[in-house]
Design a protein around this ligand. Structure first.
Ligand SMILES: Cc1cc2nc3c(=O)[nH]c(=O)nc-3n(C[C@H](O)[C@H](O)[C@H](O)COP(=O)(O)OP(=O)(O)OC[C@H]3O[C@@H](n4cnc5c(N)ncnc54)[C@H](O)[C@@H]3O)c2cc1C
Length: 413
């Protein structure tokens, strides 16, 4: 199949889409445009680089030759500024115009800045790109004191970086526990204790009122809303992502804190697809719109989008239970699906480092968190994918050894 396909973004969603497009359309024109200066690298691993645990080399996934070999036109350092969906064109900051038959928007997100004084001071870091990781590493190596803000999956990376770089750090959290939307205090205490062991002190019911800076404009301390001051030559802020939607301004593409797509990754406008972190996609497992911020999900969305951009008739739906693991501690940690939603939950603690929690919606597993023992993950994910009603059998699900044969047989559908 020929035709011209343009992809905005060379993260894992855009890059996997390019690969699938080439596999399915050997003669097509395929262009990938990214405003970063390097081709696809492993965003998951840049935290290990910032911790000082990994050299830069293994971070790269594709070099430019990978694109050349597949006859994919890769445009680095190129920011797409506008799309005209009527004309099927897009424009870059350099004034270049590209024409497409089918377009994929895979532009991801940008970390949100704290709306407080001096949040743009030198030494206050956000974390998304390899460039960010280089700056974080360089600065963390020299800093003795620090704060981390944002009690979620990226905040914990900053905390681990502080630990690894021997920064005496305070982790300022709202509420009384880390990732309070997915973990109870029982589960979060395992994380709190592990942080303490790394010399990162959790501070609850806290946050940032403002940062203070020295004469050179560099952060020197952090003042929380209770008036407590924490010496901090380094600050890591991870309070969420703003999705990169500016490029869609002036189009009719539906947005709702992300790009709205159906289960085929198709936007509301013909010939425009979206994939990766920035989508609000129709999740056929929970029968509702949802968002995923994980590598595996972004990769699969890119692949599915590409298949559907090429499909002539039969389209393939995105149906996926995502997972996200943390490897900073002596024990493993994994969250899967949508652990922060649901109308019911079950949890159990087995030891000082073993705990798990499941979230249910309409009696079905929609997500969960496992700490210490990840063995039941595939069973839980299977039940989630099968949309099986199991919330009435929490004793079986929370057994230390989960045996799906102990569940009452699923009723015939
Ligand atoms: C430090 C860190 C650790 C993480 N750890 C994990 C983990 O352990 N497990 C996990 O599952 N996930 C993890 N994630 C999340 C995971 O990396 C993301 O979910 C995934 O990379 C999203 O891929 P994407 O392709 O949708 O977006 P992105 O990777 O954000 O790619 C989007 C690309 O589009 C470019 N772009 C944006 N706008 C434009 C424009 N107008 N013109 C041209 N280019 C543009 C951006 O510069 C970027 O290169 C981590 C993320 C970070 C930052």
């Amino acid at each position: 199949m020929a035709g011209s396909y343009v992809i905005i973004g060379d993260g894992i969603a855009g890059s996997s889409a390019a690969e699938s497009l080439r596999e399915g359309a050997p003669d097509a024109d395929i262009t990938v445009i990214t405003d970063e200066g390097e081709a696809l690298y492993n965003r998951i691993l840049i935290k290990e680089f910032a911790k000082g645990k990994l050299p830069a080399a293994p971070m790269s996934i594709h070099d430019p030759e990978w694109y050349d070999e597949r006859d994919i036109d890769l445009q680095l350092d190129t920011h797409v500024t506008a799309i005209d969906t009527d004309e099927h064109t897009l424009h870059t900051h350099e004034g270049t115009e590209y024409t497409y038959d089918k377009l994929l928007v895979a532009t991801g997100g940008t970390p949100v800045q704290l709306p407080v004084d001096n949040s743009d001071a030198e030494g206050v870091h956000h974390f998304w790109t390899f460039d960010d990781a280089r700056a974080i590493k360089e600065h963390a190596e020299d800093a003795d004191t620090g704060v981390v803000v944002g009690a979620g999956l990226l905040g914990i990376d900053f905390a681990a970086i502080c630990g690894a770089q021997e920064i005496d750090a305070h982790y300022l959290m709202r509420g009384e526990c880390w990732w309070r939307y997915a973990l109870s205090k029982d589960g979060a205490d395992i994380i709190h204790n592990a942080l303490e062991e790394k010399n990162v002190t959790p501070v609850f019911d806290s946050g940032v009122d403002h940062f203070e800076v020295d004469d050179s404009g560099h952060i020197s301390s952090t003042v929380d809303p209770n008036g407590e001051t924490y010496d901090s030559e380094f600050a890591g802020v991870a309070i969420g992502l703003d999705f990169n939607l500016e490029v869609l301004q002036g189009t009719d593409i539906e947005r709702d804190d992300g790009v709205v797509v159906d289960e085929y990754m198709q936007t509301s406008v013909d010939d425009v697809y979206a994939a990766g972190d920035l989508t609000r996609f129709y999740d056929t497992i929970i029968d509702d719109y949802a968002q995923n911020g994980s590598w595996g999900s972004a990769k699969e969305q890119g692949t599915i989008a590409a298949k559907n951009m090429l499909a002539d008739g039969e389209e393939e739906a995105f149906r996926w239970v995502s997972s996200y693991s943390i490897t900073h501690f002596d024990f493993p940690f994994l969250s899967f699906g949508h652990p922060t939603i649901g109308d019911d939950h079950a949890e159990a603690k087995f030891s000082d480092t073993e705990w798990r929690r499941l979230a249910f919606k309409d009696g079905k597993i929609v997500g969960g968190v496992l700490i210490g023992d990840l063995a039941p993950q595939s069973k839980y994910k299977k039940l989630a994918r099968e949309e099986r009603v199991v919330a009435d059998q929490k004793d079986v699900l929370m057994a230390e050894e989960v045996d799906l044969d102990d569940l009452a047989p699923a009723p015939e559908q």
